[in-house]
Design a protein around this ligand. Sequence first.
Ligand SMILES: Nc1ncnc2c1ncn2[C@@H]1O[C@H](COP(=O)(O)OP(=O)(O)O)[C@@H](O)[C@H]1O
Ligand SMILES: [Mg+2]
Length: 255
Amino acid sequence: MTIVAVFNQKGGVGKTTTALNLAAAMARGRQTVYGIDLDPQAHLSAIAGVTAGSGDETILSLFQRDRPLRELVRPTASNIHIVPAHLELSKVDTMFGKGYNVVNRLNTSLRTEKFLDGSARVVVDCCPMIGVLSLNAIFAADCVLVPVAADHLSYKGALQIEKTLKALEPVLKRRVRRRYLLTRFDPGRRVERDVQRMLEEHFGDEVCRTQIRESVSLAESPAYNKNVFEHAPNSRGAQDYAALLDELQAERFIG
Ligand SMILES: Nc1ncnc2c1ncn2[C@@H]1O[C@H](COP(=O)(O)OP(=O)(O)O)[C@@H](O)[C@H]1O
Ligand SMILES: [Mg+2]
């Protein structure tokens, strides 16, 4: 099993787009893919066509009632199995505090579920803040993928994430494997090329060689409740996410 957390404390940088389309790229192969929505805004769930009337049938139940993930997984047309989120998930931070057992809850659950075999792939979509939910994703993750939009504030945000991950190392007793991914990239704009250069200078090999370019197909596909491979299989967006999966697999970042 490989667990990838898609995390950035900044909103609107392409986390959900990346979680969805990376999972979709995996599902095109033989892989069984699970998408876990850890954002109370539930965008991943909604785009995948999974809605939940209450928090009970969602990942909230894992925290609130210790419900096993196998009872929460929902199949979707695109062959990605989704564990949905709900607005009530925002309660988790105030309800439970940040004790080790709480932030390790998803990890324990994923690692003990028998239906998740060795070849399963799990992609976790995070919310834009560091709290109980994102910590759960980071604790469970074999690797963290950080989407970074190519502007100066996003670059500063990436430096902050580096600090956060470093601060977690003594607790996790390991260095979190990570990759920074340029998203919404327009190589025709000088400021974006500058940010790309700064990222590469600072993070070196931890920056993905693949960039996700700004594209209409990626902006449009959520409106049709589709991932980019269903909506526009020959588009730039589909090419970019297929290339990203190839790169991550070639580097054994994803097993
Ligand atoms: N490469 C891209 N090209 C065009 N639009 C994009 C791209 N990536 C994301 N978007 C759009 O930008 C907005 C924010 O993306 P989203 O994935 O929801 O970010 P986050 O989950 O980080 O908040 C969405 O409307 C999404 O459709
Ligand atoms: Mg999102």
